[in-house]
Every structure is written in structure tokens, then in C-alpha cells.
Design a protein around this ligand. Sequence first.
Ligand SMILES: *Cc1c(COP(=O)(O)O)cnc(C)c1O
Length: 348
Amino acid sequence: MTNLPEPPPRSLELRIDREALAANWRALDRLSGKARAGAAAKANCYGLGVDTCVPVLRDAGARNFFVAHWSEVVGVVGHVPPEQVSVLHGANSADEVAYAQAVGAVPVVNSLHQARRWTEGGGGPCDLMVDTGINRLGVPVSALSEPAIAALDVRVLLTHLSSADEDDPANARQLAAFREARGRVRHREASIANSAGIALGEGYHADLTRPGLALYGGIPRGELSGTIRQVAFPRAAIIQTRDIGAGDAVGYNREFVAKAPMRVATVSLGYADGFLRARGGSHLVSEGRKLALLGKVSMDMVIADITAAPDLRAGEWLDVPFDLPEISAQSGLSQYELLTTIGTRFRR
Ligand SMILES: *Cc1c(COP(=O)(O)O)cnc(C)c1O
């Protein structure tokens, strides 16, 4: 099995605009005011690839990287020192604590249980998440005086906003609760804002911000549009073209039926590539020409109307629109979902 030839080139490509990614980090760092921006690198850098994105973010100046799982540490520490990697889910088991100690990545302590585990396992610098109203992960403000918390060597004290992408009074309430938390536990630095939180202004910047979505081209609040650039540019190859007549149907369940003769292309792109059925009815693009999609998205294919571009042949590339706010509005999928479902069949 080891001496198989290299597979032929793929029929899906994902171009990452590294300059746009670096520019997005620099813009978010600048918008963070006196705070410095870190980078959320979880979920394979939101689907765009740790090995592509982390070196760019590091070279742009990022020094704090956030992953969710311990399994995600190894990919990031190939590019940055382990103490720059924080693990948001924290260490719940002795195995996770031992791994953190061995690798030198930093757990984000989220509960009294995790605090005790960390101290029992040898302790050392850690981050601490305090829950100020999202009720997801984190120690409640009321529990911060517990001895298990006092025993920690807290590097960064964090909280996370539930509604930073909205103008919701919950943001100010969380900020006030976090101010109280900061008075209750010794820490070197503080961190509140995700991408959207950065746009809420100076009060939310603290010492370190944690953008994810906006690094990768997502725009969670209007203030960021015009600043954040598209980073991911997918394209897909045509597998086959054909002419069909009036009354012919294409795709599963004969959802689209031609009213007149037309030419169609079957394209290598489907829901296994993150192109979910919610994107049916949209279009692909060839040299600026919009090609409407017909019928349902299949697992590995879509069918495009190329009547107006009859020159297109098998093997030629079509651009997949990926302006995240626009595609999100069109499909009803969140910008996060659009990024993180991209899948693994693209050549990057
Ligand atoms: C994912 C995550 C972020 C990044 O959020 P974006 O909305 O993608 O900018 C920041 N902080 C925490 C705790 C997270 O889980």
C-alpha cells in the first residue's frame, strides 16, 4: 500500500489569500486598541487549515492561539511555542492534565473540578474562564473565592460574551460582572472579546482579544465590513457537460425541469464539501458569468446551467461564491457553519 503513485490533481481547490488573512489579523489587532489580538485556531482554523493559517497569523504578530480540543494542540505547536496555545475546553481528566503538562500547552480552567485536577496534576500557569452569563463554560463569579481557584496561577482571566454580535444590554451586564470577577481573583491579564466583541469598543478590549471568525473573512457586525477581507476562495471542476431538451429533469427527485433546450454542467462539489442543500438555487461563476444551479445539491455534485457559456468543457474550473455575509444571508447558514463545514477534499 505504500508504493501507490501520487493521486492525480484534485477537482476541488481552496485558495487561501494569506495576505488578506494577515491584513485581517492586523486590522483586528489595531481595532483592539491597547489590547493585543490573539487568534482562535480551533476546528482547523475554522476549516481553512492550521498549517496554512497559523504560520501567517504568527508572522503577522499573533502570540496567543486558542483551540477547543487537546487533539488540536499538536497541529498548532508545529508552528508556535506550546505556551502560546490555550485549550478552551480545559482538562477534565488525569490524562488531559498529564498531556498538558507533557506538551506545555495551557488549559483554560472552566470549573472547580478542572481547577482541582490541574493543581493535583502539578499545576503551573493556566488560564481561567469565568462565566458572566452565557452559561456554557466557566466558573461562576460567585465561586471565584473558592480555595481551588485561589490555588491557581492564573495567566489570563477570560470571559465570553453571549451576544456580542447584537446590540443587547446583556453585553454591558457581562462586562460589569467581569469587572467584579477581576476584583476577586489574582490574574496577570484579562480577555473578553471575540471578533464581534472587538467592535463593541474599548471597554471590551481588556489586555487580549480573541478573534476567530473575522480573521477568516467573517463579518459578525456591520462595523467590521469594509475592513475585513475575504480569505477563502473555493473553486470546483466540471466533470461532464450535456445538452437537455424541454421537459428533461436534472438531479434527485426531478426538482428542476427544463422549459426549453439548455446546456448543463455537472460540477464536482456537493454537501460532503460543505456545499449544503441550503445553497441550492444559488450559482457558480465562470469568468464573471453567473451560472445558476439547477435542482438539488447531491453529495458530490451540483448541476449548473451553462446555456450562456456553452464553451465550458469538462476539467474547467468554476468559482464558488464565498463572500461569507452574503452567502449566509442567501443560505440561512451561519458564517461559522459555512467555514467549518468546508471539508477535506479541496487541494489547499
Ligand atoms: C471560538 C471562540 C472565540 C472566537 O470567536 P469568534 O466569534 O469566531 O471571533 C473566542 N473566544 C472563545 C472562548 C471561543 O470559544
